[in-house]
Design a protein around this ligand. Sequence first.
Ligand code: URA
Length: 208
Amino acid sequence: MQPEDALREVAQAVSVCTRCALHFSRKRSVPGDGPADAQVLLIGEGPGFHENEQGRPFVGQAGKFLDELLALAGLKRAEVFITNVVKCRPPGNRDPLPEELSACSVILDQQLEILHPRVIVTLGRFSMARFLPNARISEIHGQPRWVEGRMIVPMYHPAAALHQPKLRPDLEADFSRLPEYLHAQPGQQKVTVPPKKGTEAETQLSLF
Ligand code: URA
């Protein structure tokens, strides 16, 4: 099966999914959007009000800001695949519950298998925790990590930076460095990450 068709099948399955209680309140499921050959996969938290209306990820304020951040990395939305750890809106935009995250993780697994992205950018702590369960985003944002052969670059969620403007320069700097990571290979130590305040450069590099 062609990857485009496989992604369509996943989206179809998501639209009728009843694996968790979020299906009771959803208007539209939001499986994700983007080309099957995308080199960059961005994973957010979950659909908000506008995404639930339109069935597309990051179409509200945070989405506008995400487009600006992608431009800093020389990327257009049409070139990347964007999805979320949960595909249906948590009511009132509350945090996704553990049972919702776990019910939806099989869908993300299928998307990862189909897409094989070069780089996975996690947006926010729920998405980061899918790959780096014990990490603190304030300590490792912008620092690439290899997890099971995949390059994960944890970043703050764009909505977090809209609410807390002090996070914005870090988020912009992290996106600006994204092009460097697109050509790294597993085990490669050449990608150098500037040491963050209070951390050891050696510790960061040894994690590659
Ligand atoms: N925030 C997210 O995490 N995902 C969306 O799709 C929209 C806003």
